[in-house]
Design a protein around this ligand. Structure first.
Ligand code: ZN
Length: 209
């Protein structure tokens, strides 16, 4: 976990090694690791890549006060509703032939997928500001904060209703500016030869004559 320390600072009265010239033996942690908020938003984004929705892919990641992920979801059809058979369009004159009656939003799925008993006090990271239906679920689940990237639907009635409910219920909503614009996952980039976490295998002692 980040300590917020910088070169030359002290923690519990002891100097903190922080790489560079202060770290001649290479004992310091690496510094360009993902911070928690970027990490959680990236997890939400990665989850959205599972979505079959041709127009809108959204992921959500719920995090507890210990920075542990306790629920992940993306927008998709309910279980048992074949996503090759149910509609993904949104322009049919017949409402039952559009996706809206069927698709479970990312927030709903993340809440339903929770791996803990309750979500009281948790935060939810989500790419899009939640609709009013998800807002109700968020409030009822006890989630206390929503961190979102895009508010492109800000002026739609659904989002106006969301803000009304969040304000009344005391749910905090924060637009997030990532500290990095791009996170690359390149499976070929890992150098397995240098990834050893264990000490090198000791060499056999020379056998005594
Ligand atoms: Zn929603």
């Amino acid at each position: 976990m980040e300590t917020g320390t910088a070169n030359g600072t002290k923690q519990n009265g002891k100097p903190v090694a922080n790489g560079g010239s202060d770290n001649p033996k290479g004992n310091a942690k690496r510094e360009n690791y993902l911070n928690w908020p970027d990490y959680f938003m990236a997890v939400a984004y990665l989850s959205s890549m599972r979505s079959k929705d041709p127009c809108t892919q959204v992921g959500a990641c719920i995090v507890n006060s210990d920075n542990k992920i306790v629920g992940i979801g993306y927008n998709g059809m309910p279980m048992g509703c074949n996503d090759d058979e149910f509609p993904w369009g949104k322009t049919s004159e017949k409402k039952v032939e559009n996706k809206y009656f069927y698709v479970c939003h990312a927030e709903m799925n993340a809440i339903m997928n929770k791996i803990v008993g309750e979500l009281k006090g948790c935060r939810i990271f989500v790419a899009l500001f939640p609709c009013n239906e998800c807002a109700k679920l968020i409030i009822q689940s006890g989630i206390r904060e929503v961190i979102y990237l895009s508010d492109k639907n800000w002026n739609k009635d659904e989002c106006i209703a969301t803000r009304k409910m969040f304000d009344a219920a005391g749910v905090v909503y924060t637009k997030y500016l990532p500290t990095t614009q791009k996170i690359t996952i390149d499976f070929s980039s890992i150098d397995w030869d240098t990834m050893g976490q264990e000490p090198p295998t000791p060499k056999k002692k020379r056998e005594l004559p």
